[in-house]
Design a protein around this ligand. Sequence first.
Ligand code: PEP
Length: 249
Amino acid sequence: MRQLIAGNWKMNGLGASLAELDVIANHVASHPPHADILICPPATLIARAVATAKECLAIGGQDCRAEISGAFTGDVSAEMLKDAGAAFVIVGHSERRQYHQETDATVAAKANAAHRAGLVAIVCIGETEAERNAGKALDVVARQIEGSVPQQAPISSIVIAYEPVWAIGTGRTPTSSEIAEMHAHLRKRLIARLGAHAKDVRLLYGGSVKPSNAREILALPEVGGALVGGASLKASDFQPIFEAAARNS
Ligand code: PEP
């Protein structure tokens, strides 16, 4: 399975930032990587990002509302993202869970909406530092898989991103053996929930991925790519990350 290297720009980026995307797209065109590349800019930039990407990389949203349309001021539906040219949408990022009180049930509804609209949902899960220190990390993510991953969604419409909350934007990462242990656990839980074909669901690692640690993380068993925040904002940081992707197909 080809790895997926996804950039999450969060609430960063104005029109001028598309120059970075243009550099990435040109680089991908001239040096095709071993991985699929995705950038999730703010919603305001999606349509222009799709034009800039010139089909060299995919563009995604960072969130969607579960409903198709209606009186939900300020929200964006999965259908609207699709209409703007997005192919993916991140759902259940820990910042959404923290600042918007999103529950596993909300996240599952958003993942279903993504499938309905023809988008791939990147479902984010991960434990807090207190949960890891209490020895509860494996249980927490198992619960999040049960609650956030819709059982009826086809395998091709789901990607899982394991993002320990304490590793996001902190410069700290779990050890390689902790990441490998977690990804093996996630694979088992997904197969238990969705069936044997869940062996084909890409499991991304996210949390302080940077040029200096990408190769080691991306070489770990069951790591199907990375979700990258800060280091996706500049082409000069993001390129070495996707060039470190394992040659899997
Ligand atoms: C993220 O926001 O999904 C993320 C992984 O951020 P960072 O790479 O900056 O830790």
